[in-house]
Design a protein around this ligand. Structure first.
Ligand code: KG4
Ligand code: ZN
Length: 330
């Protein structure tokens, strides 16, 4: 049985994963706190993590009908993420591990995202993994556990960051992704020709910083925006940004001869993304694997799941070796 923590950003996440596959996956969201400030404030996020993590752990164990003494391994996200936030999860996990003599497994947050889509199904290598979140837009060729080749990534903003920034320019609330997703359903995705960064570049890299500038100029030139203007901009932006992800991912899948494509991270919750990838997969005969909804945005179940692959090799009782690494290499 594994007890896992993720406090990499603004969600306090605790999960218990049992060896029979049953689990408890809890998230205490701080969105309401950060919404008022238009984005995540690191020190505030850390303070909130510290306030709730102990009670959330107690609740997770209670729901799992488990005692701390039954936990075989603890695991925690060590990075990448916001340093103050990471420190809370790492220090809490180390303190528990130390006081209960339980071995601890350090997990890379992005590895958690990479494997989340496979939680309820067989893991087959190789696969292409597109991780799309507020901090990452990375395309990995995954050959095995620990064997990742980055074949493309954003050269500037992450796609989730673009959703958040465009939402802010449209006067919408934080985080922008879910609002843009919702408004796009009634918007015209063909009204505006939003630029697609690096579209004609042969690499599998992405660029989303141009979108923000384009939308900023568009909003300034249009003056007062009506509700339908906002929905049309949202829909046009969403389609342009997701379409370039689909196009490059499937081009890479063909070049690398890969038969499975997985998408994870917060942006993989997007309804248009889910449809567009499923459709392209059907057309090209490539299987598309998405995480269960509760494992798209940050969660600790993906951390427990990744930790479960080789716990005996990766766990340590040398707790001083485990530390928060905000800029750990991806
Ligand atoms: O993986 P995640 O929860 O945290 C990070 O590790 O960054 O991703 C958060 C990002 C935010 O930028 C948010 O706007 C975006 O995921 N997001 C979405 C949707 N839900 C969350 N983007 C597009 N459509 C959504 N439905
Ligand atoms: Zn994440």
């Amino acid at each position: 049985m594994i007890l896992a923590f993720d406090t990499s950003c603004d969600d306090t996440a605790v999960a218990v994963l049992k060896d029979n596959g049953n689990y408890v996956n809890l998230i205490a969201s701080q969105i309401e706190v950060h919404k008022a400030l238009g984005g995540v404030v690191p020190e505030l996020a850390a303070r909130k993590h510290a306030e709730v993590i102990a009670a959330l752990t107690k609740e997770a164990l209670h729901k799992a009908e488990a005692e701390l003494s039954q936990i075989d391994f603890l695991s925690v996200t060590v990075g990448p993420g916001l340093l103050p936030s990471l420190l809370v999860g790492v220090s809490f996990a180390k303190a528990l591990a130390y006081s209960h003599s339980v071995p601890l497994i350090a997990v890379h947050h992005i590895e958690g995202h990479i494997f989340a889509p496979f939680f309820k199904r067989e893991l087959i290598f190789p696969f292409l993994s597109l991780v799309v979140s507020g901090g990452h837009t990375h395309l990995f060729l995954v050959k095995g556990v620990g064997e990742y080749e980055i074949i493309g990534k954003t050269l500037d903003d992450a796609v989730g960051e673009a959703f958040d920034k465009v939402a802010r320019l449209l006067g919408l609330e934080y985080p922008g992704g879910p609002v843009i997703d919702r408004l796009s359903k009634t918007g015209d995705p063909y009204r505006f020709k939003i630029p697609q960064g690096l579209k004609h570049d042969k690499s599998y890299n992405f660029s989303f910083s141009g979108v923000k500038t384009y939308v900023k100029n568009l909003v300034n030139s249009m003056g007062n925006l009506s509700k339908s203007d906002i929905s049309d901009i949202a829909a046009s932006f969403q389609k342009a940004s997701i379409d370039i992800l689909v196009e490059k991912t499937f081009k890479a899948a063909t070049e690398y001869g890969v038969k499975i494509v997985s998408i994870s991270g917060g942006v993989s919750a997007n309804s248009y993304l889910r449809e567009a990838f499923a459709e392209a997969g059907k057309q090209k005969g490539i299987e598309v694997v998405l995480p269960p909804r509760e494992m798209t945005t940050d969660n600790a179940l993906m951390i427990a799941y990744r930790a479960s692959f080789r716990p005996f090799e990766e766990a340590t009782t040398e707790f001083s070796l485990i530390e928060a690494k905000p800029s750990i290499k991806v």
